[in-house]
Design a protein around this ligand. Structure first.
Ligand code: SF4
Ligand code: MG
Length: 320
């Protein structure tokens, strides 16, 4: 209790000719109100799929094979489509990489905001327009009153993402899921958007699950971080602990790869090899084929998450 979001032993599977593929394998974490939990890892680790599972939008034939998802203590993984659509709009706000996919090019931003507001909160048209203006000002749209009746194409990419953040907040959600929210933006805009997102979580009390491949974004924005590899969490803890003192060899590699602004291309050069194909995870520790510290036990026995100081990690190094 007390958690905005609890994910308990979540597994997601896809059927295949050679049996089922476990794309997400026994993942558990909590997010507190007002807290930003980062989910970080290379693409293909299962981060976005974890987000899709929470919002009930896994593409069939994929499905939740086991586990529970609770929003403020109430299970949402067993709701029907109508109930889930209501949860998505009212209780979970979403921010995706490309802001234009979340906006309707044919409607003004005030129309999109007031529709969302009135769908979830009983309000007159005038009051909803006032609320739309308040939201646009809150996310830092300059001269918002003059821009209420603009169309999405009249905004820059960064301003569009601010509108999307305002839309995600319009229903007063308990949880915001942001999937690579700044990846499509230029570097200086990224920093501004991250600040807006952080301030809004702290002031509104909404929890946020922040999905990103970038440890730099995690360092700037998240309170806690879960490092995902091959469908599992391999390390989870406060950002300060995991970034300054990463223990898991994969976390160490990700942190060594935090790109400086000029060296974006150097990403992940510190970790040899590639993420295995979805669900075709190696036995034992899935990271063993790429791990510079692997031992004999690593290829045969899977390490489970265990407490190490303030964090938890799944690795046979210093197992005690
Ligand atoms: Fe490396 Fe072994 Fe730890 Fe896996 S369990 S990360 S292979 S040392
Ligand atoms: Mg993704």
């Amino acid at each position: 209790a007390g958690h905005a979001l609890s994910v308990r032993n979540l597994s997601v599977e896809f059927p295949s000719g050679r049996g089922r593929l476990l794309a997400i394998d026994d993942v558990s974490f909590d997010v507190a109100p007002g807290e930003i939990l980062g989910l970080v890892g290379e693409s293909g680790a299962g981060k976005s799929l974890t987000g899709s599972a929470i919002i009930g939008l896994i593409e069939p034939p994929g499905r939740i094979a086991s586990g529970e998802i609770l929003l403020a203590g109430r299970r949402i993984d067993n709701l029907d489509d109508t109930q889930m659509r209501h949860v998505r709009g009212r209780e979970i706000g979403m921010i995706f990489q490309d802001p234009r996919t979340s906006l309707n090019p044919l409607f003004t931003v005030s129309r999109q905001l007031t529709d969302t507001i009135r769908e979830h909160r009983p309000m007159s048209a005038t009051a909803a327009r006032q609320e739309a203006l308040r939201l646009l000002e809150m996310v830092g749209i300059p001269a918002a009153a003059q821009r209420l009746d603009s169309y999405p194409h009249e905004f820059s990419g960064g301003m569009c993402q601010r509108v999307v953040i305002a839309l995600a907040l319009a229903a007063g959600p308990r949880l915001i899921i942001a999937d690579e929210p700044t990846t499509a933006l230029d570097v200086s805009t990224q920093a501004q958007i991250m600040k807006v997102m952080k301030d809004l979580c702290k002031s509104s009390g909404s929890a946020m699950m922040l999905i990103t491949h970038s440890m730099g974004v995690i360092a700037a924005l998240a309170d806690r971080v879960a490092v995902m590899y091959a469908g599992r969490i391999v390390e989870i803890g406060p950002v300060a602990d995991v970034i300054l003192h990463p223990r898991h060899p994969y976390s160490k590699g990700l942190i060594a790869s935090i790109p400086s602004l000029e060296q974006k291309m150097a990403r992940f050069s510190q970790i040899d090899g590639a993420m295995p194909r979805l669900g075709r995870w190696p036995g034992g520790c899935s990271f063993h084929p790429r791990c510079p510290s692997r031992m004999d036990v690593c290829s045969t026995v899977r390490p489970e998450l265990t407490e190490k100081g303030n964090a938890m990690m799944a690795c046979w190094l210093d197992a005690s």
